[in-house]
Ligand binder design. Structure first.
Ligand code: 13P
Ligand code: SF4
Length: 365
């Protein structure tokens, strides 16, 4: 029998301890019916409830593998969309707060990408010469666009293999929405900067000349992560001067000069693995989101590892942080009552095309 949705207003004033207890209680009642997936940037008071954690690639694989009826995603919107696209019929992907978006994902949209495709067609046939590659941090319709046009999805941990896959098929790539991941990956493949111009979606022909488009190997969409753009080369230089022998590790969403000055560059999972594998006493400067850096600092303190945040100011993924314990408790208690709230559902034709691009990625990585 259907019951009415429990309103979120009842959860808003819940005190921290009471809220945590209600999450644990609802979680126990749901048992194997629900799985909670948590991204590494999730705040500590929510992350502790995740059954499984990972970077975007790992979480998409986990979402494709689980048999749980409810996939409760403590991450951001595009991650819950991917979970829905890769899940089996009868499963539901749930995002406890619909406001948990990704500002970078919003920097590209279908009409702008379609316009870019039409404008490139004035210079050369994109369906013959250009592979569209979308970072997983993008809406489902952009993944569908890639599925339809011989393109593919990438994450921060497989971008290199994905670009190699792309170049084996067509000689150029349109990479969106993160210029920094695209530029860093192109650099790893020895592509000169002049062959990776920035495509500004608000300019005619991306602000480029037809000659620049003809010469380009990678057209880099003018998009970025507002969190990772806070990290600056001067922060690394200052820290190195004060910490000789210390190691610097950054996420590839950081600017090129930050990545270039780092000892290691990689996805959130890679950052965790690298710090974990380092010798006791190692000092680390980390250029990625604050919740993850704080967790690493706490976790490895007892081994004498010093883990420091790269930026001088607090920079968190404020959209992911919208998934707070109150929203998690609300979503779980509704599931216990037999109501699915905040279901993320991608419509069938779009999901099928997006799945083609995601499956291509999963086959490569
Ligand atoms: P990862 O895939 O490395 O977890 O990165 C996701 C993300 O959004 C980083 O900002
Ligand atoms: Fe998006 Fe940046 Fe948040 Fe990652 S850290 S989810 S790219 S806004």
């Amino acid at each position: 029998m259907e019951t009415a949705t429990i309103a979120f207003d009842q959860f808003r004033p819940l005190a921290e301890d009471a809220c945590q207890a209600r999450i644990l209680d609802a979680r126990a009642k749901l048992g194997a019916q629900a799985v909670i997936l948590g991204h590494h940037y999730q705040r500590a008071d929510v992350y502790r409830h995740a059954d499984l954690t990972g970077d975007s690639l790992k979480l998409s694989k986990l979402a494709a593998q689980t048999d749980a009826r409810y996939i409760v995603f403590c991450g951001v919107h595009f991650m819950a969309e991917v979970a829905d696209i890769l899940s089996k019929p009868g499963q539901a992907s749930i995002l406890p707060d619909l406001g948990a978006g990704c500002s970078m994902a919003d920097m590209a949209n279908l009409s702008k990408v379609e316009r870019a495709w039409r404008e490139i067609a004035r210079v050369l046939d994109p369906d013959e010469h250009v592979t569209p590659v979308t970072y997983i941090n993008s809406a489902a319709d952009l993944k569908a666009f890639c599925g339809e046009h011989g393109g593919i999805v990438c994450t921060s941990s497989n971008a290199r293999e994905i670009l190699q896959w792309s170049f084996a098929r067509r000689e150029k790539v349109l990479f969106f929405p993160d210029q920094h991941l695209g530029r860093w990956t192109g650099y790893l493949l020895d592509i000169p900067p002049a062959e990776m111009p920035v495509w500004d979606p608000d300019e005619e022909l991306g602000g480029l000349t037809p000659q620049q488009v003809k010469m380009a190997k990678v057209l880099l969409w003018k998009g970025h992560c507002s969190v990772h753009q806070m990290f600056q080369p001067q922060q690394i230089l200052r820290w190195r001067a004060e910490n000789p022998g210390g190691m610097v590790i950054s996420h590839p969403e950081c600017r090129f000069d930050v990545c270039k000055l780092s000892d290691y560059v990689g996805s959130t999972d890679y950052i965790i693995r690298t710090v974990a594998a380092s010798a006791p006493g190692t000092r680390w400067l980390v250029g990625t989101e604050l919740n993850l850096v704080n967790r690493l600092a706490e976790q490895y303190k007892s081994q004498g590892k010093m883990v420091q945040f790269m930026a001088g100011t607090v920079c968190m993924c404020s959209t992911m942080a919208r998934i707070d314990p109150q929203h998690l408790a609300w979503a779980l208690e509704n599931l216990v009552a037999g109501r699915v709230v905040n279901r993320i559902s991608v419509q069938a034709p779009e999901a099928a095309l997006a799945r083609i691009a995601l499956d291509r990625m999963l086959a490569v990585s």
